[in-house]
Ligand binder design. Structure first.
Ligand code: FAD
Length: 320
């Protein structure tokens, strides 16, 4: 059956009449990716998501399929090899989702800056070679003089600007990527339902988890789902999910943080392309400024967060 609102009812029914090989809790990109892989491998797979698909972190990202060039500052080659390798897989199987979008990186003479001009060139060359971009490609990296950087982006601060570089990055529709994974997993037989929340675990006689108690949040009905394995892909909710059956004595392994983007009318901050630079505060962060349709968004912050995960809000301190 094609994935639509009726498959939800069908999935909820079927989730109760069998023992799954794998039940996935959480329908962000991690859960959707696991569902795709598991269903394609022939495992009897189920996935429940308490909100809508991608309604957690996976719709609130910077929307880049980011190569992670900053890791090359410390020659963390393996991380970047991984990210650009995975990106190539996504491009191959879903070329309609990630789109090439070259990134401008201005370099300033400032204390604690991530890259000097020399380090940027070394990093960009290494990055291109890991990503398989050869030097004749239209997407090969280029170094830019101060004047060229300002030609690309006239409203950048000129003081302390040394020059910069441009390298290939990709923009992405994060929600669509999740939904594409979900649809394909459904096509391969996975039973998938949104607005269904895992509220407790069930255990076998040896105390091993063998399923969950789920609640259909559209009608409040609770039901059991049996599974040989249950996987927790609930991102920032991972601790809450791990501790569903022991709220009194939770084992906490996460340190939740909040990343805020500010979104403003493009007329107020006109940028010609994505830009990536140090925050200027020597605080270890890099800032993205991304044009998208009639908006420009920029950020992000990186602060500890213990508020409501479903409806995180922006404080004045974040804006400042
Ligand atoms: C500010 C910011 C910018 C980012 N930018 C980028 C970027 O540009 N590119 C990039 O690749 N990555 C980016 N990331 C990282 C990326 O967004 C995350 O790694 C990714 O979205 C995490 O996906 P996830 O599936 O693990 O978690 P989530 O998307 O949060 O999914 C977890 C899901 O579990 C569900 N859930 C929770 N509890 C239950 C329960 N009891 N029962 C059922 N369902 C439950 C939630 O509703 C949620 O939908 C960014 C992250 C942040 C914070």
């Amino acid at each position: 059956m094609k994935f639509n609102y009726q498959t939800r009812e069908h999935a909820i029914e079927k989730l109760q009449d069998r023992t799954l090989d794998l039940l996935i809790i959480g329908g962000g990109i991690t859960g959707a990716g696991v569902a795709l892989q598991a269903a394609a491998s022939g495992l009897e797979t189920g996935l429940i998501e308490m909100q809508d698909f991608a309604e957690g972190t996976s719709s609130r990202s910077t929307k880049l399929v980011h190569g992670g060039i900053r890791y090359l500052k410390n020659f963390d080659v393996e991380v970047v090899a991984d990210t650009v390798g995975e990106r190539a897989v996504v491009q191959q199987i879903a070329p309609h989702v990630p789109k090439p979008d070259p990134m401008l990186m201005p370099i300033y003479d400032e204390e604690g800056s991530t890259f000097s001009m020399f380090r940027l060139k070394v990093a960009m060359n290494l990055y291109d070679s890991l990503a398989g971009i050869n030097s004749n490609s239209e997407f090969a990296n280029t170094m830019l003089t101060k004047e060229e950087v300002l030609e690309h982006q006239p409203n950048l601060k000129q003081e302390g600007l040394l020059g910069g570089g441009q390298y290939l990055d990709f923009n992405n529709s994060d929600i669509r990527l999740v939904v594409e994974n979900i649809k394909r997993a459904n096509q391969d037989g996975a039973l998938i339902a949104n607005r269904v929340k895992a509220v407790d675990y069930t255990f076998d006689e040896n105390g091993k988890v063998n399923g969950v108690v789920a609640e259909d949040l559209l009608n409040g009905k609770k039901f059991e789902i049996n599974a040989r394995y249950v996987i927790n892909t609930t991102g920032p909710w991972s601790d809450k999910t791990r501790n569903l059956n022991k709220p009194e004595h939770p084992i906490e392994m996460m340190r939740p943080t909040k990343g805020v983007h500010l979104v403003i009318d493009r007329s107020k901050l006109e940028v010609s392309q994505p830009i990536y630079f140090d925050s200027g505060y020597n605080d270890g962060r890099m800032i993205f400024v991304i044009p998208r349709e009639k908006k420009t968004y920029f950020g992000t912050t990186d602060t500890d967060y213990h508020g409501d995960f479903e409806h995180p809000t922006v404080t004045q301190a974040d804006v400042d």
